[in-house]
Design a protein around this ligand. Sequence first.
Ligand code: URA
Length: 201
Amino acid sequence: MWNVPAGHPQGAGDVRSWRALTHEIERCELCPLHRTRTHAVVYRGGLAPRVVFVGEAPGDVEDRTGLPFQGRSGRRLDTAIGRLGLGSEEFGVLNLIKCRPPENRYDPRAARACRPYLDRQLAWLRPRVRVTLGAHALRALDPEAPPVLQAAGSPRGTRDGPLFPMIHPAAALRSRRLADRWERDVDALGAWLRAGAGQSV
Ligand code: URA
């Protein structure tokens, strides 16, 4: 199911620990959202990704499929990933919150309960770059950052490594102005990745 490229720091043998973490999240009952979920939504992508995109929480399509970013905002994200030229093993996608919140409202209690899962996933994957999608992901991974519309489109250095904030792709569906902003920030991310992302922040 998962390919770990030769030479990956985790080593193919340790894929077992990734699977164990995945199963732990799938069975999680730490907050009330487990009662209303169809699936916990854990991860999609390669196991040695250069770039991991961090979203907020699954919506309806993600709850049904068990995969992050499958709906309209997922299509926008995938188009951007295609433009960045990232191969299927070179990126990963996950969320702060693993189960769908009712009415897709951000649930800080669920975010707190899920936080150790996010940290363990990122520690295992060790991406070179984390790209936050939207205000909540940015606040979670870089509490010092300015508001998302100010921060988006420019790389930031954090204690845990380089981070590139973006607006949420769902926001880009809401207005022409935000769609243009999304496109500009995708181009800025592409330029930064091509320039060797992370060496300059
Ligand atoms: N929005 C998110 O933040 N995550 C998803 O998986 C889908 C929509």
